[in-house]
Design a protein around this ligand. Structure first.
Ligand code: PLP
Length: 393
């Protein structure tokens, strides 16, 4: 049996999305900016897709949704855009507040910008991997131009206090950005109910295609272009539009929004069933209270078993999980969020993430429970034999 439990890294394409995209690889290949019939033929589908995104996010028409190549580009656009538009012109306001557990596309960009005089405060997570709104507020100074905080964490699934912090940012006249990559499709994201200026998303995290993402920009909060050289997207991001992928992202986001309730019942039930079974394995911890996590995610540590050993053992049984962000998974390092939680260094090396989707089945979860439990027993017995051999030898 094959079981895919790495849905926070990427998801499979919703079959309906694939069918909807297909004609744009065949007869509907025109450039939507062309004036001839081929161009005209694809434009309506683009408008439908954008409409689906505005509806799914409940974003007012006056606001912008920029199409980007991925969430990494969206995060770069926000940070570099704010640098060019605000910090470069007024270095007095050069301070950004963020969390210690943002995705590398945020952390690395902030590190890069710090060489150009940007001052960054990274607010630590608590022992559950959560962020307190108070800690964010306390980090703000009169030099703060931006608060950026992910909506939900990719490793733990912990949901961050977006509503409270975005309202605080608005009161203080500070820009607010959220990386909502792990929230869309798992949580209700309603942009008319929160004070968000910029929101990042990525289609491949909600059963759309890879290589396409977006950035919501509130009216009046426009950022400078990072890509120059064309009038696409109203001149806000140059480059020929990837119609097939935009169409796919529109439907995928509509489907994601329509399935949020189902995910919060059905996927949550399967996640809880899996977690209830795995937590019975001795010396095991799961990070963060369930009610504060996205309904699909478990970050688990089994004392004495390296995350990578467990990963390879499960892989042999056809189960795909992860030890950390896919962007860092080749480095065999400690899990960065477990590291940030920092209670016990061993936990960072034994951490594994299991993330479900609305396509995960009960059979797959039952199979995973058995395979995971057997793998844990096997690896613990190998490590105790090893410890014994070392002692006597
Ligand atoms: N932000 C978060 C929270 C993520 O989990 C990811 C992907 O793992 C990204 C950003 C980057 O997404 P993309 O692959 O679209 O660049």
């Amino acid at each position: 049996m094959k079981v895919y439990l790495d849905n926070n890294a990427t998801t499979k394409i919703d079959p309906l999305v694939k069918v909807k995209m297909q004609p744009f690889f065949e007869e509907l290949y025109g450039n939507p900016n062309s004036l001839h019939q081929y161009g005209m033929d694809v434009r309506p589908a683009l408008n439908v897709a954008l409409g689906e995104m505005y509806d799914a996010l409940n974003a007012p028409d006056a606001d912008d949704i920029l199409i980007t190549s991925c969430a990494t580009e969206s995060n770069n656009t926000v940070l570099k855009g704010i640098f060019f538009k605000h910090i470069l012109k007024n270095p007095e306001k050069n301070h950004i507040v963020t969390t210690a557990v943002e995705h590398p596309s945020m952390q690395d960009t902030l590190l890069y910008l710090s060489d150009y005089g940007v001052d960054v405060t990274y607010v630590d997570v608590d022992k559950n991997g959560g962020i307190s709104a108070e800690a964010i507020k306390a980090a703000v100074t009169d030099k703060t131009i931006l608060i950026s905080m992910m909506w939900a964490n990719n490793e733990t699934g912990m949901i961050f206090p977006i509503e409270e912090v975005s309202s605080f940012a608005k009161e203080k006249d500070i820009l607010f950005h959220t990386d909502a990559v792990q929230a869309i499709g798992k949580l209700k994201v309603d942009l008319s109910a929160v004070n968000i200026d910029y929101l990042t998303f990525s289609a491949h995290k909600f059963h759309g295609p890879k290589g396409i993402g977006g950035l919501y920009v509130k009216k009046g909060k426009q950022l400078p272009n990072l890509l120059h050289g064309g009038e696409q997207m109203g001149g806000k991001r140059a480059g020929t539009l990837n119609v097939a992928y935009i169409v796919g992202m529109g439907l995928a986001m509509k489907q994601a929004a329509n399935h949020v309730e189902k995910i919060n019942i059905d996927v949550r039930r399967l996640r809880d069933k899996l977690e209830d079974a795995l937590i019975k394995i001795s010396d095991t911890i799961v990070v963060g209270p369930r009610a504060l996590r996205t309904p699909n995610t478990i970050l688990i540590s089994l004392r004495g078993i390296e995350g990578e050993s467990m990963l390879w053992d499960l892989n042999k049984s056809g189960i795909a999980a992860s030890t950390g962000s896919a962007c860092a998974s080749e480095s065999l390092e400690a899990n960065p969020v477990m590291n940030a939680i920092g209670e016990d260094p061993e936990l960072a090396h034994t951490a594994m993430r299991l993330s479900l989707s609305r396509f995960t089945t009960e059979k797959e979860i039952d199979y995973t429970i058995d395979a995971f439990t057997a793998a844990a027993e096997r690896l613990r017995s190998i490590s105790s034999t090893y410890a014994y051999t070392n002692e006597v030898g």
